[in-house]
Design a protein. Structure first.
Length: 167
C-alpha cells in the first residue's frame, strides 16, 4: 500500500490571487465589508454560507480583536462554522470603516480567512503577519490599480521571505 505524502501547507500567494482579491468596493459598514470578503470565499467554493454570518457574530460577541494592525482586519470564525478548505480573501475599501478598535480603526483592508483545522493554516498566517510588517509592501497594496498587481505584490513579498529563510 502506498503511503500518502503530507499535504504542502498553503502559503499566502496560494490563497490570495486575482480570484480572491477585490479592490475599491464601497461598503456601508464593517459588516458589509466582512460579508463581501466572505462572498469571495463562497464563490470559490471554500466555505459554506453560514461561515459569513459566523465571522460577523465573532466580532459582535468578542469585539474588534480582528483588527490586527492599523487599517487591517482579519475576519474569521471556527472551522466547523463552514470551512471546506483553507482559504483567504482580501477586500480593499476606498472609504475605510470603523470596527470599534481604538488603536487600529478605521479599516481599509479586510482579509477573510478560513481554516479546516488548527494547524493547516499556520504557514499562511505567518506569511500574512510577515507581509503586514513590511510597510512598503502594505503601502503598495493600498496604492495598486488592479487585482493582478495586488497578487503580484503579495507573491513577490512571499518569495522574498522564502529566499531569506533559505540562506
Amino acid at each position: 500500500m502506498k503511503e500518502s505524502l503530507p499535504k504542502k501547507p498553503a502559503r499566502l500567494p496560494d490563497l490570495l490571487n486575482q480570484d480572491t482579491i477585490e479592490l475599491d468596493l464601497e461598503v456601508a459598514d464593517w459588516r458589509e465589508g466582512v460579508r463581501l470578503a466572505g462572498q469571495i470565499l463562497l464563490r470559490a467554493g471554500s466555505i459554506t454560507p453560514p461561515y459569513i454570518e459566523a465571522m460577523i457574530k465573532v466580532v459582535e460577541e468578542l469585539g474588534p480583536y480582528m483588527v490586527v494592525d492599523v487599517g487591517v482586519a482579519l475576519a474569521h470564525a471556527r472551522p466547523e462554522d463552514g470551512v471546506m478548505r483553507p482559504c483567504m480573501s482580501l477586500v480593499r475599501l476606498p472609504t475605510p470603516v470603523e470596527f470599534g478598535s481604538r488603536e487600529n480603526d478605521p479599516v481599509d483592508l479586510i482579509f477573510a480567512f478560513g481554516a479546516v483545522d488548527k494547524e493547516a493554516h499556520l504557514e499562511a498566517l505567518r506569511d500574512l503577519a510577515t507581509f503586514l510588517q513590511d510597510k512598503e509592501a502594505v503601502t503598495a497594496l493600498r496604492r495598486c490599480r488592479s487585482t493582478r498587481e495586488a497578487a503580484e505584490i503579495i507573491g513577490k513579498h512571499a518569495h522574498k521571505g522564502v529566499a531569506k529563510n533559505e540562506r
